[in-house]
Write a protein of this length. Structure first.
Length: 201
C-alpha cells in the first residue's frame, strides 16, 4: 500500500481556552462508538488514565464516531500543537465525523493542566515532560491505536509535533494510508521534540 505524505503550510494555532469545547455535543451524540474495537477502547482508557491532574475545559482527549448515514471512510488521528489541546480541532473534528470519519484526538503527556493562576494567567509549564521515553511511549500508543482499527487510517500532525506523526509513520508505515504534516517544524534544532525524534525522520 502506497502512503502519501503531505506537508501543508497551514496554521491552526488556537490555544486552550476557558470555555467548553464545541466538540462536547458531538461526543455526547456518540457515547459508545461502535466502530472502535475493544482493543482501541482499552488503549484509549489507558492513555486517558495517564492524565492525573485536573484538566482545563476543552483539553480532554476526544473520541468521535463517524456519521453512520454517510459512507464510512476510516480513522483519522489528529495530533494537536505542542503546549496546546484537542480544542484546536474544535471545528474540524465534527466536520470529519459528519463526512464519515472516526476521529481520535489524544492529549499529549501532562498537557492541558489547569493554570497555577487564572488572572493574571500563570501556566504550570514545568508539568510538560521533556523525557524522551515518555514521548516515544506516546508515539507507540498512537501506532497501537491505529493497529487496532479495522479500516483505513490517516494521521495528521501539527507544527512541532509533526515530528511525532512522521516518526509514528516511519516506525510503522504499514499502518497508514496517508500522513499529513501541517506547518511542520522538522529542522528546529532548539526544539527538544525535534531532538527526540530526529533520528526517526
Amino acid at each position: 500500500m502506497r502512503t502519501r505524505t503531505m506537508l501543508l503550510p497551514l496554521f491552526l494555532l488556537f490555544g486552550c481556552g476557558t470555555e467548553e469545547s464545541n466538540l462536547t455535543s458531538v461526543v455526547e451524540r456518540n457515547q459508545t462508538p461502535s466502530n472502535f474495537t475493544y482493543e482501541i477502547n482499552q488503549i484509549w482508557d489507558e492513555m486517558e488514565l495517564s492524565h492525573f491532574n485536573e484538566l482545563q475545559p476543552g483539553c480532554h482527549p476526544v473520541k468521535i464516531e463517524s456519521n453512520k448515514n454517510v459512507s464510512q471512510k476510516g480513522l483519522i488521528i489528529l495530533l494537536h500543537r505542542y503546549s496546546a489541546c484537542p480544542q484546536q480541532y474544535d471545528e474540524l473534528a465534527p466536520r470529519l465525523s459528519n463526512a464519515g470519519y472516526d476521529v481520535l484526538i489524544p492529549l499529549y503527556p501532562d498537557h492541558g493542566v489547569k493554570p497555577l493562576n487564572i488572572n493574571p494567567r500563570i501556566d504550570n509549564t514545568d508539568m510538560v515532560p521533556k523525557a524522551a521515553t515518555m514521548w516515544k511511549s506516546f508515539r507507540n500508543d498512537i501506532n497501537r491505536l491505529a493497529e487496532s482499527y479495522n479500516g483505513k487510517r490517516s494521521l495528521k500532525g501539527l507544527s512541532m509535533c509533526t515530528n511525532i506523526a512522521l516518526s509514528a509513520y516511519l516506525k510503522r508505515p504499514d499502518l497508514y494510508s496517508n500522513v499529513v504534516a501541517v506547518s511542520p517544524k522538522l529542522k528546529n534544532e532548539s526544539s527538544f521534540i525535534h531532538g527526540i525524534f530526529k533520528n526517526n525522520i
